[in-house]
Ligand binder design. Structure first.
Ligand SMILES: [Zn+2]
Length: 413
C-alpha cells in the first residue's frame, strides 16, 4: 500500500539531519540542532494536511488528524522521538540502501573494513530478499526513532488520502531528548488530550510491550580514615576495603550479565575510591514491584550490618526511584494492548509480547495519565554503527498504525 521509495526518501530526509541529544545540557531540547529537524517536521505535518500543528518552546510537536465518523470514538495517540543517542555520533549520517538482501555479509565501510554480518547479528537472516537501510559504518543510523516518526507521518498521510478508512480523532506527538531520559518529562498530557497512545519506538517487527522495569538508583558512600601508612596500625580505615565488603554482600548472580526475562538485578556501574572515601553507583531493576522494594531493603540492610561492624555512619546509601513498570497502568485498560495485537495479527505479523528490560517514554507517560504501550518501529542494533532497518518493516508499522485507528473506530461504533 505504501511505496518503498516514498517511505525510504522520507526516512532519509530525517536521518541526514543530526539530532544527537546531550545528557550534560540543562536546556530542552538539550541540543540546539534538534530544532532543525523539529521545524522541518512541523512544516511537513502542515503540508500533508494535519490540523492543530503546534510546537512549544521545548520543541514538543503535536498535531491532529480529525475524526471522519459521526459516532463517538476515543481519541488515540502515536508518539515517537526525534533525537538520537549520544552513545554514538549522529553527524553526517550517510545511509546505504541494500536492495534484495542476499543473506550474506554487508560491507558497510571498505576503508575501515566494517562489516555487518549475519554470523554475529543473526536477526539479519529473517530479512533475506528485503530492502535494508544501513549506515556507512561511521555513525549510527537513527532508525531509533526516526523510523517511528517516518511511520507515523506516513500513516497519517495515508489516512488523509484514503477517507474511506474510518477512524476517530488521532493525535500525534514528537518529542526531543528521549535518549537522555527526558522525552516525557515536559510532555503536556492534558494538551495532548488522548485516551491512550502508543510509542512507535520498539525494535524488530512484531514487538509489542507494556511491561518495563521498576527502576531506582543508589549511591553508596563509605567513609575511611587516612593515616600515614608507616604508622597506621590500628588507626587507618581503608574505605575501599569496606566497599569491597559491600559489593560482596549483594547476591553475586543478580547482575545484568547473569539475568534475563523477568529477572531483576543490582548493577554496579561506577566506582571511585581513595582511602578516605569510596562511592559506589548502582542501579536497581525489577519488573516485580514487591521484589523491587525488597532489593532496596537489601541495600539498606547491608548498610546497617556494615555500620554495626565498622561504626555508625561509616556507610550511607541514597536511594532514588527513577521510573516504574507501566504494567500497573496498562492492565486496567488492557483493551489498548488487545487492539494492537489484533491489528498485527490481521496483517500477518506475529506479535512478540515481552517485558522490556529497560524503560520507555511510554512508562513515564503512563504514570502521567496517558497509558502508552510500545510498538515496533522496525530497526535493529540501536545506538551504534551496526544499526539498520528493513524498509518492509517500516511499511508494516505504517499498516499497524492505520489498522489500530480502524479497529478503534469500529470497536466503538
Ligand atoms: Zn528510541
Amino acid at each position: 500500500m505504501i511505496s518503498k521509495s516514498h517511505i525510504t526518501q522520507r526516512f532519509i530526509s530525517y536521518v541526514t539531519v543530526d539530532t544527537e541529544s546531550d545528557p550534560n545540557s540543562d536546556t530542552t531540547p538539550s541540543t540546539e540542532k534538534q530544532w532543525d529537524l523539529a521545524n522541518q517536521l512541523v512544516q511537513e505535518l502542515k503540508d500533508i494536511g494535519l490540523e492543530d500543528v503546534s510546537i512549544d518552546e521545548n520543541a514538543y510537536i503535536m498535531a491532529t488528524l480529525p475524526s471522519n465518523v459521526s459516532h463517538e470514538v476515543p481519541t488515540i495517540g502515536f508518539i515517537s522521538h526525534f533525537d538520537t543517542s549520544p552513545d554514538f555520533t549522529g553527524a553526517n549520517v550517510n545511509p546505504q540502501i541494500v536492495e534484495n538482501y542476499d543473506g550474506k555479509d554487508i560491507l558497510l565501510n571498505k576503508e575501515n573494513n566494517i562489516v555487518l554480518s549475519p554470523d554475529y547479528f543473526e536477526d539479519l537472516k529473517q530479512y533475506v530478499g528485503q530492502t535494508l537501510i544501513t549506515t556507512d559504518g561511521t555513525t549510527l543510523l537513527g532508525a531509533d526513532d526516526k523510523a517511528g516518526i517516518t511511520e507515523i507521518i506516513t500513516a497519517m498521510e495515508y489516512l488523509i488520502q484514503h477517507p474511506e478508512i474510518k477512524h476517530g480523532t488521532i493525535r500525534i506527538g514528537f518529542t526531543p531528548d528521549e535518549e537522555i531520559g527526558r522525552g516525557a518529562h515536559k510532555f503536556d498530557v492534558e494538551k495532548f488530550n488522548a485516551s491512550w497512545a502508543y510509542t512507535m519506538d520498539g525494535s524488530q517487527i512484531g514487538e509489542l510491550e507494556y511491561e518495563n522495569f521498576n527502576a531506582a538508583g543508589a549511591v553508596i558512600t563509605i567513609k575511611g580514615k587516612i593515616v600515614h601508612p608507616g604508622y597506621a596500625k590500628g588507626k587507618m580505615i581503608n574505605s575501599m576495603y569496606i566497599a569491597q565488603e559491600f559489593i560482596n554482600s549483594l547476591p553475586k548472580l543478580e547482575t545484568p550479565e547473569h539475568t534475563s526475562g523477568r529477572e531483576g538485578f543490582f548493577h554496579l556501574y561506577q566506582t571511585s575510591g581513595k582511602v578516605e572515601e569510596t562511592t559506589l553507583h548502582y542501579i536497581i531493576r525489577d519488573h516485580d514491584k514487591t521484589k523491587f522494594e525488597a532489593r532496596k531493603k537489601t541495600i539498606e540492610d547491608v548498610v546497617e550490618t556494615l555500620n554495626k561492624k565498622h561504626g555508625a555512619a561509616t556507610v550511607t546509601a541514597v536511594i532514588k526511584d527513577q521510573y516504574y513498570n507501566m504494567r500497573e497502568k496498562v492492565e486496567p485498560v488492557m483493551h489498548i494492548v488487545d487492539i494492537a495485537e489484533e491489528a498485527m495479527k490481521s496483517l500477518d505479523i506475529t506479535p512478540i509480547i515481552k517485558p522490556i528490560r529497560g524503560g520507555t517514554d511510554g512508562s513515564q507517560l503512563s504514570f502521567m495519565g496517558l497509558p502508552c504501550p510500545n510498538i515496533f518501529a522496525g530497526g535493529h542494533n540501536f545506538h551504534g554503527r551496526y544499526e539498520y532497518v528493513p524498509v518492509e518493516s517500516m511499511i508494516k508499522a505504517v499498516a499497524v498504525i492505520v489498522k489500530i485507528a480502524e479497529i478503534t473506530a469500529t470497536k466503538n461504533s
